[in-house]
Design a protein around this ligand. Structure first.
Ligand code: AMP
Length: 177
């Protein structure tokens, strides 16, 4: 039996890159976690630990690093995987949601047939910062009539108070800064 991975071990592997992609941003680089088989698998175990396989209909992942964790979580939970993408990337009919950035705005989209009404959804992204991205993704999921049973993040930047933008479902993060 291998020892379960702890969030402290995952935290130790996350690399903070100063001033990327622009001055003042402390970028949390999760690629060392992905590259380590034990840590990657452990991160998925922790992100899915509240759910048994078969109890979630779809794991919704947010463009782009969220896809990596959400797809692996979906496989583990025997659920479908649904992408929320930046505007203009999805080929079929979409609904879109605008959200504010520090300067300007951005738009995310989901396919109109991606989720059934009443579907039980686990929403996953790598990092919760201001919450704008995940709040927009959550709004799309809810617009399709699905139910978010939890939103999970590898990392939460608590000083940006992103969770205040997310309401109506539990929020879990493995590592808080
Ligand atoms: P926000 O909408 O402010 O919550 O930003 C969340 C999105 O931006 C996530 O998809 C993250 O991947 C990305 N992001 C924001 N801040 C950082 C950061 N410091 N390091 C890495 N990714 C970030």
């Amino acid at each position: 039996m291998t020892t379960p991975v702890t969030s402290a071990e995952i935290s130790a592997a996350i690399r903070t890159v100063p001033d990327f992609p622009k001055p003042g941003i402390q970028f949390k680089d999760i690629t060392p976690v992905l590259a380590d088989a034990r840590l990657f698998s452990g991160a998925i175990d922790l992100l899915t630990q509240n759910f048994a396989p078969g109890t979630i209909d779809a794991v919704v992942g947010i463009d782009a690093r969220g896809f990596i964790f959400a797809a692996a979580a979906a496989r583990k939970l025997n659920a479908g995987f649904v992408p929320v993408r930046k505007k203009g990337k999805l080929p079929f009919t979409t609904i879109e949601q605008d959200y504010a950035l520090e300067y300007g705005h951005a738009t995310v989209a989901i396919h109109t047939d991606a989720l059934q009404p009443g579907a039980r959804v686990l929403l996953i992204d790598d990092l919760l910062a201001t919450g704008g991205t995940s709040a927009a993704a959550a709004a799309l999921v809810q617009e399709l009539g699905a139910t978010i049973v939890e939103a999970g993040f590898l990392i939460e930047l608590t000083f940006l108070h992103g969770r205040e933008k997310l309401s109506g479902f539990p929020i879990r993060s493995l590592i808080a800064y």
